[in-house]
Design a protein around this ligand. Structure first.
Ligand code: 1HN
Length: 361
């Protein structure tokens, strides 16, 4: 090709390059594909493999000031060299051994923890000690001080999710170390945040201003489980409430606004009945799923990925997803949907204007 190129044209391209210029006409398809073409790939991490490696890291790597966290990133193989699960989302397994403390710091990036198994760690968020137990979602909104401590003789591991890749793409990262020691090592059953905000539909009159980030630090499994159970019972009784047939779902929300619990990260729990299917769909948002309980299959662009307890699956934008539950399947999911929705960039295969004539919202 290059041999046949008009020498004047070749010189033009050389001169473009010398002046920091690039012609659109040779690149249009890469810059403007018909539908999203993510570099990130659909991928599954097995819980047993991650967990065994986390235990080994626990034996070999101390946790303390500097490194701050013994967290192991789930790095998407389509994004080589980057500790990113998707272009916007960071997922990791963090491991805290008996009597260890992860020091206090804060950062602009939003974070949460989701607990697959175990208990015994308290995360201290802006001076409020929050117990971490199986099935709980714990929030660390951007710029909240936070450290973790494990006063027990048992190790604990959990899933961390953050919007680090979004923050680095936008160059909005800020970070600050807190005090060298975590002074508050208290172990209350209920945090102050839950005592103030944790009763459904009830808001303290002392706090009527809406907040962009949820003030509720913990969403407890007993409530999540009860909500999912009720949806499926209502379905059995012939009433509305499920997300789709045999598929119950809840979203964790900010009690002051009803929006997503974190401004940049959607968090949800799904329960799919044994034998039920969530049919194929695509969306212009990326997600990470973790199997909380049960087993089944994720079909991602037609590729079958068997999943069981603790396994983590990443679903890049515009990947066709179908989920089949073998036994009853409980799934935690987080995604970048709030960002896409706020920017009016959220589309699905049912609203893609190129195929439906529908207007861009
Ligand atoms: C962080 O602060 C935590 O607080 C976890 O547990 C993972 C990954 C990168 C940067 C900060 C935590 C993190 C992190």
């Amino acid at each position: 090709m290059t041999a046949e190129i008009d020498p004047q044209l070749a010189q033009l391209y050389k001169d473009f390059d010398a002046y920091g210029l690039l012609p659109l006409w040779t690149q249009r398809e890469d810059l403007m594909p018909a539908v999203p073409q993510p570099a990130a790939v659909p991928y599954r991490w097995r819980w047993k493999e991650i967990h065994d490696l986390a235990v080994r890291a626990g034996d070999l790597v101390p946790v303390g000031r500097g490194g701050e966290r013994r967290a192991i990133s789930l790095a998407n193989p389509g994004l080589p060299g980057l500790p990113h699960a998707t272009p916007t989302l960071w997922a990791a397994v963090q491991y805290l051994g008996p009597n260890e403390v992860a020091p206090v710091h804060r950062h602009a990036q939003n974070a949460f923890r989701f607990v697959l198994e175990g208990d015994g760690v308290w995360t201290v968020v802006n001076g409020d000690s929050v117990a971490m137990r199986r099935g709980d979602l714990l929030l660390t909104p951007g710029w909240a001080w936070h450290g973790h401590h494990n006063p027990t003789d048992r190790p604990m591991a959990w899933l961390d999710g953050l919007d680090i890749p979004l923050s680095s793409a936008l160059n909005t990262e800020f970070f600050q170390f807190g005090p060298a020691t975590l002074d508050d090592r208290s172990t209350p059953e209920r945090s102050r945040a839950e005592r103030l905000w944790g009763q459904p539909g009830l808001r303290p009159v002392s706090a009527l201003t809406d907040l962009p980030k949820s003030p509720l630090a913990a969403y407890r499994w007993e409530h999540t489980d009860a909500a999912l159970t009720a949806q499926l019972e209502l379905e059995d009784e012939g009433h509305e409430g499920v997300a789709s047939p045999g598929h119950a779902a809840i979203r964790f929300t900010n009690p002051t606004t009803g929006d997503d619990a974190l401004p940049t990260i959607r968090t949800e729990m799904h329960r799919i009945r044994a034998g039920a299917v969530v049919p194929e769909s695509r969306e212009s948002a990326s997600s990470v799923w973790q199997v909380f309980e049960g087993d089944g299959v994720f079909l991602l662009n037609g590729e079958r990925l068997e999943v069981g307890r603790g396994d983590v699956v990443t679903v890049p934008s515009w990947t066709e997803v179908r989920i089949e539950a073998r036994g009853d399947l409980d799934l935690f999911r987080f995604g970048d949907h709030p960002v896409m929705e706020r920017l009016h960039l959220y589309l699905t295969d049912r609203t893609n204007p190129a195929t439906t004539e529908g207007p861009l919202r």
